[in-house]
Write a protein of this length. Structure first.
Length: 136
């Protein structure tokens, strides 16, 4: 008489197949994660501009008054004023800009006629405010 074994050949093949499927799944997931960071897609995840609304109240020859009318609080040091595509200062202020606050932002060159006024969120490079304004 031959001794009988507890398991036959059909039962033993299931474990290696499941192991191979798990290894392939882990490899695909790791490749996807590493690929996003190698291609630079992972760096863009945190660079979004804050949501806020502004109004231009008035202007003088070398400054402009802007009031924040809504949205989340913004660090003023992260914001830059741009008039007609030219950055006119390095940052707006060194405090937090809350809703309802007005800031008088100075710039070096005198602007006349219509110009596009932008407030740019410098870390993300996105404009949080853009409006054509008449400087007459």
């Amino acid at each position: 008489m031959k001794p009988s074994t507890q398991s036959n050949a059909d039962d033993r093949a299931v474990s290696p197949v499941i192991g191979v499927i798990l290894m392939v799944a882990i490899t695909v997931i790791l490749a996807a994660v590493i690929g996003t960071f190698v291609l630079g897609l992972g760096d863009q995840l945190g660079d979004t501009a804050p949501q806020a609304s502004f109004t231009v109240d008035g202007n003088e020859s070398t400054s402009i008054n802007i009031t924040k009318t809504g949205g989340q609080s913004i660090e003023s040091a992260d914001l830059v004023l741009s008039i007609d595509g030219e950055r006119v200062n390095s940052s707006i202020a060194d405090d937090t800009w809350e809703t309802g606050e007005r800031k008088q932002i100075s710039y070096d060159s005198a602007v006349t006629g219509e110009a596009v006024v932008r407030i740019i969120h410098d870390p993300s490079g996105n404009a949080v405010f853009e409006r054509t304004y008449d400087f007459n």
